[in-house]
Design a protein around this ligand. Structure first.
Ligand code: XIL
Length: 449
């Protein structure tokens, strides 16, 4: 009986406890927990082309677990940070997988990367096959760059992979850096120099003075000639000092020579306001601002037009110690200039103890039959490759101490300035519109053999 009483009491206690467990909330339907779709992006580190930065872009609200497999054989790693850096020092193909698990289940996302001879590539075409230009060439290989393309991962991959020198295509010219009186604007120039520094690249400054990039306030300068000269001196001093030790070389006065008979100095506001010594003055101010910077005289048709070549060397001779090198732009075509003309440029460079910069090379193909080509034929592509090969091979054979760099004027054919400049279709560069290397790229490499 005593035991029955205890049993009865126990039953009451248990049932009270059971009742009190029935929280009203428990009666409500469970909230729906949704599956989280795993997603991530891949960037390549600015400072190390072998380091991938993975950003977890999954919509992770609520509780979840993120498990990565970085494809290097280390198995799964639980890591909940938004960004993870992983280094891939060995060449090969890797598959990266991210799994996101929450109460509703698990989803996963995978991406492939390839590690090539100079780093990671997210696009197979860009990083397999031929060697990178900068690893193959014993001299600097440059590219004309612009910051509006810096967000393009493929562009950046190729730039970092193939090139170890940069020239600003337009963002280090006077109209950009000194757009109005008393105003300097260095945002784009800084971004270019920063990028080059982060990637261990050389920077060639282009161009302090150029008649085609002179801002209108300078063209219409309201002050006296003396004030004009002070303004130019101040501009050159400000710019060259700003990049002292960071920009290794400058084109000081771009295209100072005219194409008239005898190639006198081109009529420009600088000539008018400062007199025929203006080129020398500009070089002196640049030299004073950075005694270690290399100063170039840069112009077009230097190889192809003998009289202009001679005029350029005369101008440089006149500059004496204030000039270190000659920049031959090299906006050329598949038939011109000849190897002999290029060789003469090289011989004169060496004889004058100067550096040579093939500073803006692009090779036109569509120059015959009223520019009738509507696509790059294989015959023209081969001729173009042969011309690249010829220029590179002649440059490669010159004494090392006279070589500065070969700089290509852009990356992709469809972004070349020549298309607008001549108003006809053209394919003058080393990469096509889909970032594929052209025969011209192979031609460049062949020139190094
Ligand atoms: C060109 C750029 O390619 C264009 O994008 C820009 O609009 C104008 O200048 N000679 C030079 C280069 O020295 O600065 C020019 O570059 C091409 C001709």
């Amino acid at each position: 009986m005593k035991y029955l009483k205890y049993l009865f009491l126990s039953l009451i206690i248990i049932s009270i406890a059971a009742c009190s467990d029935e929280d009203p909330d428990d009666m409500m339907p469970e909230p729906m927990i949704e599956l989280i779709q795993a997603a991530f992006t891949i960037d390549i580190s600015d400072s190390d082309p072998y380091t991938a930065i993975f950003t977890n872009t999954s919509d992770v609200s609520g509780d979840y677990t993120a498990v990565w497999d970085f494809g290097q054989g280390d198995g799964e790693v639980t890591d909940m940070s938004d960004q993870i850096s992983v280094r891939y020092p060995e060449a090969g193909d890797y598959t990266i997988t991210l799994q996101i698990t929450n109460e509703a289940g698990t989803t996963s996302a995978s991406e492939d990367i390839t590690v090539g001879d100079i780093g990671i590539c997210t696009d197979g075409a860009v990083c397999t096959g031929l060697p990178a230009l900068q690893s193959a060439a014993p001299f600097l290989v440059g590219m004309a760059v612009a910051t509006n393309k810096f967000g393009d991962q493929k562009y950046m991959n190729i730039l970092r992979r193939d090139f170890n020198s940069v020239t600003a295509e337009w963002q280090m010219k006077m109209n950009i850096m000194h757009p109005s009186e008393g105003v300097f604007s260095f945002d784009a120039a800084d971004a270019i120099v920063d990028l080059a520094e982060a990637n261990g690249m050389n920077v060639h400054g282009h161009a302090l003075i150029w008649h085609s990039a002179t801002p209108s306030w300078v063209e219409n300068f309201s002050g006296s000639d003396e004030e004009f000269e002070t303004m130019v001196k101040d501009y050159i001093t400000t710019v060259v000092s700003r990049y002292k030790g960071r920009v290794r070389s400058w084109d000081v006065v771009n295209e100072a020579l005219s194409d008239d008979a005898g190639h006198p100095l081109r009529e420009s506001v600088f000539l008018q306001r400062m007199g025929p010594d203006y080129v020398k003055k500009c070089h002196q101010w640049a030299r004073d601002a950075d005694p270690d910077v290399l100063l170039f005289y840069n112009d077009y048709n230097i190889a192809g037009v003998e009289s202009k070549r001679n005029a350029a060397f005369d101008l440089i001779e006149d500059l004496g110690d204030l000039a270190d090198g000659i920049g031959a732009q090299s906006h050329i075509n598949i038939n011109w200039p000849s190897a002999a003309q290029i060789q003469d440029l090289i011989d004169k460079t060496v004889a004058n103890d100067l550096l040579l910069h093939i500073s803006e090379i692009d090779v036109r193909t569509n120059t015959e039959d009223n520019a009738s080509l509507s696509s790059l034929s294989s015959a023209k592509a081969e001729a173009q490759a042969a011309k690249y090969k010829e220029v590179v091979s002649l440059f490669n054979a010159m004494p090392t101490e006279n070589q500065y760099a070969i700089t290509v004027w852009g990356l992709r054919d469809d972004q070349s300035w020549l298309i607008n400049f001549w108003g006809v279709p053209e394919w003058p560069l080393l990469y096509d519109a889909s970032y594929q290397r052209k025969l011209a790229y192979q031609g460049f490499l062949d020139g190094l053999e």
